[in-house]
Design a protein around this ligand. Structure first.
Ligand SMILES: C[S@@+](CC[C@H](N)C(=O)[O-])C[C@H]1O[C@@H](n2cnc3c(N)ncnc32)[C@H](O)[C@@H]1O
Length: 437
């Protein structure tokens, strides 16, 4: 296992000095034809926007826009209540797949035909505007697959700064496939997580312990109490000149190490019975299972696959993401009352989850089918995937559904459209108005 010590750990210990690790002065940039200067992008003309529907109560906190996201983002930048106030952006743009997508009911949804430099520039322009919309303590998650994730990582470093890169999350998107191609099965996609600064909203996510993981990790049971625990060292790498470098209970810290806590704290732990003494007198700290919030989520997410059995509820919009995935992101990187933005909102997964978790939201999509699907979802929720397949229910697999996010009816939002496209969805709006009471 490679365990390089960071400079901060080494600094000042035993007089060790490491070469200067300040960021490289050689700037890394992605070059391609047609790369627009950032100032020009920031001067993008705002869209002319029409309000299509607004509930009588205050629907201003949540906004759904029909139209190209670039001029809509530019218009949001003109709004002082929104600019610099978005706590979280999640986007799941087209992935440069060279495909045309239809919904499960065979309606045209959207095209994904940009590639190479055109794709990169398309996304970069949006990222530059999104950066301006984000709050100083805000975060952005960008979902892509292996096609463009690596190019866009370089662009994200340019736009948000390499030091604001947090994670390159690998998500298992599907079950193993039987490939006929001579490659390994492609079951993953990626989420790039950046923040606007190093002081950002962060609520650590935990998964519940499984019995197997508990057995492996917390092997010991305290006789007196029956509590499960594991043993961890009470020392840490590096020597210290202060009290944590001195003997405790007559015992020196191991060579090259120091005690993790001052002797007074170690004494208190011992009094509470939290120190395990080995037969040859070495102390270790007991960490109890019942004090653990669960297993901290790492950067490989295996548990938030796209719908993979007929009972799982979906909207039927192509490439829709599971609510559980968005729940994890929204909970980790925003708090109730915060503003969450998705400018490739598709079937409205981010918006529905944000609403359920008490966040305000802005959604933008330029597909009529996406807006229709979102409105239907707001009204009637999701349907089991099996309902979209022309098979009698008796033929369908009976595997249990995942626990899904329950989506209550959503009506506290304003629906906007960019001028000239509003007439496309006039009928949809009328239907919504007549159904929403
Ligand atoms: C991968 S889908 C998003 C799916 C979504 N995450 C969900 O859970 O349903 C990408 C979406 O981006 C939208 N889109 C593509 N180009 C756009 C643009 N320039 N402006 C607004 N939306 C756009 C498409 O219409 C499509 O709905």
């Amino acid at each position: 296992m490679a365990t390089g010590d960071t400079k901060t750990k080494w600094n000042g210990e035993n007089g060790h000095t490491l070469p200067d690790s300040s960021p490289s002065k050689i700037k890394v940039e992605l070059r391609y034809e047609g790369k627009t200067p950032a100032e020009e992008i920031l001067a993008t003309k705002s869209a002319k926007i029409r309000t299509l529907w607004q509930p009588s109560s205050d629907g201003d906190d949540n906004r759904l826009y029909y139209g190209d996201n670039l001029p809509v983002l530019a218009s949001l930048l003109q709004n002082p209540d929104i600019k610099g106030r978005v706590r979280l952006v999640y986007i799941d743009p087209p992935f440069a797949t060279n495909s045309v997508f239809k919904s499960r009911s065979q309606k045209d949804a959207y095209t994904d035909l940009l590639s190479g430099g055109e794709f990169i520039e398309f996304l970069r322009q949006r990222l530059i505007l999104l950066r301006e919309l984000l709050a100083e303590d805000g975060s952005i998650y960008l979902h892509l697959d292996s096609n463009m994730a690596f190019h866009i990582k370089v662009v994200m470093d340019e736009v948000f700064g390499g030091s604001n890169f947090r994670n390159f999350i690998t998500r298992r998107k599907s079950n193993p496939k039987n490939y006929t191609r001579k490659t390994y099965g492609n079951v993953s996609d990626y989420i790039l997580f950046y923040t606007k600064s190093d002081d950002y909203v962060w609520n650590r996510a935990y998964e519940p312990w499984t019995p197997e993981k508990v057995e492996k990790e917390y092997q010991y049971i305290e006789k007196e109490t029956g509590r499960r625990y594991k043993k961890v060292p009470v020392h840490a790498p590096g020597t210290r000149n202060g009290e944590t470098g001195k003997p405790w209970r007559g015992k020196e810290p191991p060579p090259g190490k120091h005690w993790q806590y001052p002797p007074s704290v170690l004494d208190e732990m011992d009094e509470r019975g939290e120190i395990y003494w080995s037969p040859n007198g070495n102390p270790r700290r007991k960490i109890y299972l019942d004090q653990s919030q669960g297993v901290a989520v790492q950067d490989i997410w295996l548990d938030v696959r796209d719908a993979h059995n007929q009972n799982i509820k979906i909207t039927g919009y192509p490439t829709e993401k599971p609510p559980e995935l968005l729940k994890r992101i929204v909970e980790a990187s925003s708090n109730p009352g915060d503003l969450v933005l998705d400018c490739f909102s598709g079937s409205g997964t981010t918006l529905a989850v944000a609403s359920e978790l008490g966040r305000n939201w802005i959604g933008i999509d330029n597909s009529r089918e996406a807006i229709e699907t979102t409105l239907k979802r707001f009204l009637v929720g999701l349907e089991p995937m099996g309902n979209y397949v022309e098979k009698p229910m008796s033929d369908k697999p009976t595997t249990l559904p995942l626990p899904i996010v329950i989506e209550p009816e959503i009506g506290d939002f304003t629906l906007f459209a960019v001028e000239n496209s509003h007439s496309d969805i006039q009928q949809t709006v009328q239907e919504w108005q007549s159904n929403f009471v």
